[in-house]
Design a protein around this ligand. Structure first.
Ligand SMILES: Cc1ncc(C[n+]2csc(CCOP(=O)(O)OP(=O)(O)O)c2C)c(N)n1
Length: 377
């Protein structure tokens, strides 16, 4: 098969491809992202994990009319390549180069500037409400990782969206990782959902059949959704997302473009808020990143064949802070460390090794972390 990426300049070209070509494209995108990040540095593992999801999203939705809001925004390299910025990607992390995060001034496909975690559902809900007021039929999709989902604002937004009677699709990109292993009660809950394979198979079979029926297909999907809710209560008693007002679809294999496209098409036919649980592998396709997704979350330039950095890391503020804290903690057992999902990024890895009982990763929840660390009153 001919090279697919070479001839692809925009989402219109993408929509013309068949599944086999899209699978080939996924491979080529991985090679391209790996080449750029190994040279320039950048966010590798998260981008490798969303290749198929990004292809499916731009294939099914009518972007930029439909809005995709990427939480944090560090996983948008593939999105940028597919939306007309292929030739600029080499300038990533260079002066005046392409931004490493969505940037509204860079492209009409970037509809919200991000960087901070856990904001996507709030932004998406606002846009969806505006669409409703203006009687626009545009779709709004928030793509949020299981790490970002631990953030308070994401929970506040789910709470609001669930009762909003607004058409909004939340895609939960669940790779079990924040930068490090994801933490907290929500991760227990998600791991339970992931194991409900029996239910998933039945569920997608209903949708496959119904969507093939022209015209009435969509209304049958809706009835099936209601019925499904009943069945699901039997197998998954604590169906939290459905209980707070979302239609839950999934879990779906986030590396299977065909299945992803099917579930995304189904979501378009459903009224009100929908949550699609997508299972991905952080670092997918590059052995070193799959084995060490935290090391390859954000990286400086490295040798593709060994996975080793080109230059050894120098001491920076975080490393010096971390060393000093270990020194002080040896002398004072009252010293503990609290981190909002940034143990490595804030220089606390050595502290964690030496004092595993005196360090607390509270998830991406800075506000909670500060309060967690305060004295009485
Ligand atoms: C408020 C805030 N805290 C911390 C960070 C640093 N940070 C960037 S990405 C990330 C992990 C995100 O995990 P997840 O949402 O699961 O996405 P993944 O990288 O696994 O795809 C963190 C903690 C941030 N961007 N914003």
């Amino acid at each position: 098969m001919e090279e697919v990426l070479k001839n692809l300049n925009n989402v219109k070209d993408l929509k013309k491809l068949n599944i086999k070509e899209k699978e080939k494209l996924a491979e080529e995108l991985r090679t391209m992202v790996l080449g750029i990040v190994s040279e320039n540095g950048g966010h590798l593992a998260s981008n490798l994990g969303v290749v198929e999801l990004t292809i499916a999203l731009h294939s099914v939705f009518n972007t930029p009319r439909d809005s995709i809001i990427w939480d944090v925004g560090h996983q948008t390299y593939v999105h940028k390549i597919l939306t007309g910025r292929k030739d600029q990607m080499n300038s990533l992390r260079k002066l005046d180069g392409i931004a490493g995060f969505p940037k509204t001034s860079e492209s009409e496909f970037d509809c919200f500037n991000t960087g901070h975690s856990s904001t996507s559902i709030s932004a998406a809900l606002g846009m969806a409400r505006a669409n409703k007021l203006d009687d626009r039929k545009n779709k709004v999709i928030a793509v949020i990782g299981d790490g970002a989902l631990t953030g308070g604002m994401a929970q506040e937004a789910l709470n609001d969206a669930g009762s909003s009677n607004t058409d909004i699709t939340v895609i939960l990109n669940d790779n079990e990782m924040s930068i490090s292993k994801n933490v907290g009660g929500i991760t227990y809950f998600l791991s339970k959902l992931r194991t409900k394979r029996f239910y998933t198979k039945t569920n997608s079979r209903i949708k496959n059949i119904t969507l093939k029926i022209p015209k009435v297909g969509n209304s049958i999907v809706r009835v099936a959704q209601r019925l499904k809710r009943g069945i699901k209560q039997i197998f998954i008693p604590k169906m939290y997302y459905e209980d707070i007002g979302f239609t839950y679809l999934g879990p779906v294999d986030g590396h299977n473009i065909e299945k992803l496209e099917r579930v995304l098409k189904t979501s378009k036919a459903i009224k009100g808020p929908v949550l699609i649980h997508v299972i991905t592998k952080k670092g997918k396709g590059y052995k070193f990143a799959e084995e060490n997704p935290d090391k390859f979350h954000s990286t400086s330039s490295f040798d593709v064949f060994t996975g080793n950095p080109i230059k050894e890391k120098k001491d920076d503020y975080s490393r010096i802070f971390g060393k000093k804290l270990v020194e002080l903690a040896k002398k004072d057992e009252k010293i503990v460390a609290i981190s909002a999902a940034m143990i490595d990024g804030t220089g606390l890895t050595e502290f964690q090794k030496q004092f595993p009982n005196r360090i607390f990763d509270v998830g991406i929840a800075e506000q909670h972390a500060i309060r967690n660390g305060s004295r009485n009153g």
